[in-house]
Design a protein around this ligand. Structure first.
Ligand SMILES: Nc1ncnc2c1ncn2[C@@H]1O[C@H](COP(=O)(O)OP(=O)(O)OP(=O)(O)O)[C@@H](O)[C@H]1O
Ligand SMILES: [Mg+2]
Length: 280
């Protein structure tokens, strides 16, 4: 694992998302790999070339998935269709296939639903993998643990020799931070959600939600079984606070590291599983 390499790819990908641009011109018939992350908080589309270089990315905040389960099928398909169309317009080629992911332990049925959303949005569905496995693949993590703090849940997965040893899901995520913030400020959860994402308020906001982060860290501490010399990686959109990693390090009493743009780790990992079938 080399976090610098991952960070460089994440920086490139985030720039593409921000600018709604392609990394380069794509030739007709070129093999592209697409990852779709249907999250509690947003739907992310990641496009890589066959060497896993970021080519394009976009996302939309959406409330169509709860705790990893698609609760609004039609809207999920609509949003994904829109993201696909935007991507194709920028890239000038059609995106043929896409890979997806499900939270661990949600079963075959939820795998089918994700594949159907991808299929109904106009892709040929490829592998449907488990989210922490996708994150670990992107990070090239063979030994260690990944803690993914998303919108609705915190997932903790342990890896050894490239295999997933164990995985745990705790129903606390960014949404709960917004709830606490809303309560403290006397505002709605939607207002709190927006306020939380504004960089200038970061220090004050983290002061309010610190207990939530500390609780997540103490839960994570119980489940992380990585050896002392192996890394513990913190990913997921909710970790987007400067003090998040120091808080985890302190509570877990061991070094915790995190990449840039932690919300894009899983979608990029998912894209790496797409075989990107060619139209022959
Ligand atoms: N800049 C930011 N500062 C603070 N929190 C942020 C920021 N950007 C995103 N978040 C929070 O991250 C959470 C979403 O993270 P992420 O995109 O990893 O979740 P998801 O994959 O949609 O959800 P899940 O994995 O639980 O299904 C939301 O609660 C959101 O408020
Ligand atoms: Mg997620």
């Amino acid at each position: 694992m080399d976090l610098n390499v991952s960070n460089q790819l994440l920086d490139e990908f985030a720039q593409l998302v921000k600018k709604n641009q392609a990394a380069r011109k794509v030739s007709e018939g070129e093999k592209l790999k697409v990852g779709v992350d249907l999250g509690t908080s947003s739907i992310v589309l990641a496009v890589l070339d066959h060497e896993d270089n970021p080519i394009y990315g976009n996302f939309q905040y959406a409330d169509v998935v709860r705790d990893g389960i698609v609760v609004n099928y039609i809207e999920s398909v609509q949003i994904l269709k829109k993201l696909k169309a935007q991507a194709e317009e920028v890239l000038g080629v059609e995106l043929l296939s896409a890979s997806g992911a499900i939270p661990p332990g949600t079963g075959e049925n939820s795998q089918k639903i994700v594949a159907n959303v991808i299929g109904d949005a106009g892709f040929i569905p490829q592998a449907i993998v488990d989210e922490p496995t996708a994150a670990a693949k992107f990070l090239h993590l063979d030994d260690g643990s990944v803690i993914d703090v998303g919108g609705g849940t915190t997932g903790i997965s342990n890896f050894q020799d490239g295999q997933q040893l164990s995985v745990f899901d705790e129903p606390t995520g960014g949404f709960h931070m917004s709830l606490v913030l809303a309560g403290a400020k006397g505002i709605t959860v939607d207002e709190a959600e927006l306020l939380k994402r504004e960089a200038p308020n970061e220090k004050e906001i983290f002061g309010v939600i610190r207990p939530v982060a500390e609780k997540m860290a103490s839960i994570s501490k119980q489940y992380v079984v990585a050896k002392e010399e192996d890394p513990v990686l913190l990913v997921g959109g909710a970790t987007n606070f400067t003090d998040f990693i120091p808080t985890f390090t302190k509570v877990m009493k061991r070094p915790v590291v995190g990449p840039h743009f932690p919300q894009f780790v899983t979608p990029l990992g998912i894209a790496m599983y797409d075989q990107g079938e060619l139209d022959e």
